[in-house]
Design a protein around this ligand. Structure first.
Ligand code: PLP
Length: 457
């Protein structure tokens, strides 16, 4: 009876979907056995029937406020009428065509608009499907650029400690999180790391900018010593997401830009998580007044609708590949490069930024989020309540290894999707929250924190 007919789907309840999913679907980044764990240790699996605005609904009518934008992708809510309409119109016009030898309106317009958002500095767009492949494209482009310039020895990459740039074998080379990396160490080509200027490291009397200047000296030393072998320095501007919402001062980006210029090393900004308005500016690097050589975008760019990633690069990089000789070109493609539906979703997303003046209204929401969450600072176990635009995080001092699962479960019971990274609880909500929804999130987080700490072993 495993029919996919919508009528049958609606008739099924949560339990039936859950059972079928656990049997057939291998869920991402999940120890599947946790779904079968007893009691408070259990990791819930919620079958979602539909979404509307910031809310997700299961098959039994329970609702969950999506406090983390469904893994940081959803900017303007689920089933957003404007994005829906744009995709439907595109669907009736052109669902897909290969992008080698052909081109189409959504890809051209999206490339032009992203170029304009970088003041024309990053004027060439290369399309892909997911964040990890954007990372790999940026690394390949950087290396191949230097090779085309007669500097093939520049074939190593530098990243920050705690960096996350994706989980494919190539992207793991510049990802520095043990959970993702260690098991595959024999398969990956390790990169060098330099310290992340985590603002939490500030000593008494030190500002976050002081930490940035201190750690930038190590970056400079590394580049001075090894620039002949280093193609690029890749970082997540201002916030290292997967590391646990590690925040740092824009001063580090300014210095990184200056040192990369001095030592002839590309600066790659991975704005897959922090781009699209998340930190307060459209691109996080704008807050440092600098531009990268290569910029990776994904996640929010399609509004959370369809897999899409884009690597933007400077004209100088593009020109190094522009030649009669095919081997000097960029031999990278994927079957769905520049998919028109995904590009159309991205254009609709960019339209909303303009028509709704989203960056301005987010400034107001940023303050309200802070107010709604500030009571958590009263908990004796809460440390480092911090915020960067529409990202808010705090650390919980507990030795309970199941804290994150307990919290996640308790949040769901309070109608909120909030899924901590280890002991770091964070919110990264869609930009459409109203005041009542912000208050709801604040209350749900406090209740979940109380329950998770009470139940700790
Ligand atoms: C999510 C993420 C990626 C990887 O994107 P996927 O689409 O999951 O492959 C890369 N870099 C950063 C900073 C991310 O947050």
């Amino acid at each position: 009876m495993a029919s996919g007919l919508p009528e049958l789907s609606r008739a099924m309840n949560n339990q039936a979907w859950l059972t079928r999913s656990l049997a057939a679907v291998w869920h991402p980044c999940t120890q599947m056995r946790h779904h079968a764990a007893p009691g408070a240790d259990a990791l819930p699996l919620i079958p979602i029937q539909r979404g509307e605005g910031a809310w997700l609904y299961d098959f039994e009518g329970n609702r969950y406020l999506d406090g983390i934008s469904s893994w940081w992708v959803n900017l303007f809510g689920h089933a957003n009428p404007r994005i829906n309409a744009a995709i439907k119109a595109q669907l009736e016009t052109l669902e897909h065509v290969m992008l080698a030898g052909f081109t189409h309106q959504p890809a051209v317009e999206l490339a032009e608009r992203l170029s304009a958002l970088t003041d024309g500095v990053l004027g060439h767009a290369f399309f892909a499907s997911d964040g990890a492949s954007a990372t790999e494209i940026a690394l390949k482009m950087s290396f191949h650029y230097w090779k085309n310039c007669g500097k093939a020895r520049k074939n190593r990459f530098l990243c920050l400690q705690g960096s996350y740039h994706g989980e494919t074998v190539g992207a793991l080379a510049v990802t520095d999180i043990a959970l993702f990396k260690d098991a595959y160490a024999p398969l990956t080509r390790p990169s060098d790391t330099v310290p992340c200027p985590d603002a939490r490291q500030a000593q008494a009397g030190e500002t976050a900018a002081d930490v940035a200047r201190r750690d930038a000296r190590q970056l400079e030393a590394k580049l001075a010593a090894e620039n002949e072998n280093i193609a690029a320095f890749i970082l997540e501007p201002l916030v290292q997401g997967a590391a646990g919402m590690v925040m740092y001062d824009p001063e580090y980006l300014r210095l990184a830009r200056a040192f990369c210029d001095r030592y002839q090393v590309h600066l790659i900004c991975d704005e897959i998580a922090v781009g699209c308005g998340r930190t307060g500016a459209f691109f996080a690097h704008e807050q440092a007044g600098v531009k990268p050589d290569l910029l990776c975008l994904s996640k929010g760019i399609s509004g959370g609708y369809l897999p899409l990633s884009i690597v933007l690069c400077r004209d100088e990089i593009f020109q190094a590949f522009y030649d009669a000789d095919a081997t000097r070109g960029f031999p990278h493609s994927h079957s769905y490069t520049g998919n028109p539906l995904a590009c159309r979703a991205a254009l609709a997303t960019l339209d909303i930024f303009v028509t709704d003046d989203v960056l301005a209204s987010n400034r107001d929401k940023t303050k309200k989020l802070h107010t709604a969450l500030s009571p958590v600072a009263e908990y004796p176990q809460v440390r480092n309540l911090r915020q960067c635009g529409m990202i808010l995080a705090f650390d919980v001092d507990t030795a309970d290894p199941a804290f994150s699962r307990r919290f996640y479960r308790a949040a769901l019971e309070n109608e909120a999707l909030v899924r901590p990274l280890g002991n770091t609880v964070y919110l990264m909500p869609p930009y459409i929250l109203n005041d009542a929804e912000i208050a709801h999130l604040g209350k749900a987080v406090q209740k979940a924190l109380t329950v998770a700490l009470e139940n700790a072993a």
